[in-house]
Design a protein around this ligand. Structure first.
Ligand code: BDR
Ligand code: CA
Length: 312
């Protein structure tokens, strides 16, 4: 039976590729997509999510609107990385499929309460606002969640939006704190993993060579991020973040890491949003997450290419 997932996301080019990877994979049953404010404002992330389900040929997958802003802080966006639309680098038509009328937080709570306990996995590709709101509103969902698999945080790679914080956690550290203290099984795909999965020009050429519209869109979108990130990191290609969440569900053998304690800094102006990962287990704090650190990046790209080839 395919694994049931909800994708909470702020597309975002790498979010879009993650959604495509999930929709292309029969091992996964995407129950719905919840858009959250993050890379760009909610009005754009929900529109982008609808454009992507249509691109993939899955217009029946519902797209819901989640939170318009973080729990307590003003919104922070990243147009300098993703462009004004959030999906710069590809010219996708306005979506025909409407936004689902059910608010995203209601969708998360109701889906978890209606499903068997332990049946539904939450995949988060953006700030954790929606999941924190759902957990705060309906704490009884916590033991029903199979797992939260999140792209977020960093330890050895420290930060990307500030010297000490990764974007998804930095935007809403209080929400990340709620999630990390929730007791729900968590797998983290931090910058330590994603900075090893680089979209080199050769890899972008493989997407383009697929000859389908999704391959061309992925090459265009990741090529856009590449222009910014390659310069920033002086690396042979831009890091591909969010698709690692889905790839981990499909092929966990590509990844390695440790079960450790991870806490979030919510107070210090200097290190706000830092994920303090007890990788060497020196604190005695109980493990609350599987913190992944390594990836077989060639295997990851092979998987991505193979799955995207199945889409239109
Ligand atoms: C994360 O932030 C966003 O810019 C990306 O979509 C990814 O989810 C990386 O820090
Ligand atoms: Ca994202």
């Amino acid at each position: 039976m395919p694994r049931k997932i909800i994708i909470d996301t702020d597309p975002g080019q790498d979010d879009a590729v993650a959604i495509l990877l999930a929709l292309a994979s029969p091992e996964l049953d995407v129950l719905g997509i919840v858009a959250v404010a993050g890379n760009v404002p909610l009005a754009l992330t929900e529109r982008n999510a609808r454009r992507i389900v249509e691109l993939a040929g899955f217009p029946e997958v519902p797209v819901h609107a989640g939170a318009v802003r973080p729990l307590v802080r003003p919104p922070i966006t990243a147009e300098h990385v993703h462009g004004q639309t959030g999906l710069d680098g590809v010219d996708l038509p306005e979506p025909d499929v409407p936004l689902h009328p059910k608010p995203g937080i209601d969708f998360i709570v109701e889906t978890l309460l209606a499903a068997d306990s332990g049946e539904v996995t939450l995949c988060t590709l953006g700030p954790l606002t929606d999941v924190a709101l759902a957990l705060n509103r309906a704490p009884e969902i916590a033991p029903r969640i199979r797992e939260i698999v999140m792209m977020g945080g960093a330890y050895f790679e420290v930060g990307n939006i500030t010297p000490t914080a990764e974007f998804n956690v930095y935007v809403d550290p209080e929400a990340a704190d709620v999630v990390l203290r929730s007791g729900v099984p968590i797998t983290m795909l931090p910058l330590d993993v994603t900075h090893r999965a680089l979209a080199t020009p050769e890899r972008l050429a493989r997407f383009r060579a697929l000859g389908n519209r999704c391959g061309a869109a992925v090459a265009g979108m990741l090529g856009f991020s590449e222009r910014f990130d390659r310069e920033k990191y002086a690396s042979p290609g831009a890091p591909i973040h969010d698709p690692n969440v889905i790839a981990w569900l499909l092929a966990p053998e590509l990844y390695e890491g440790r079960r450790i304690n991870v806490a979030v800094e919510c107070a210090s102006p200097l290190t706000l949003g830092m994920t303090v990962a007890d990788y060497w287990r020196v604190t005695g704090r109980p493990a609350n997450a599987l913190f992944l650190r390594g990836v077989d990046d060639a295997g990851f790209f092979d998987l991505l290419v193979e799955r995207l080839a199945r889409l239109p």
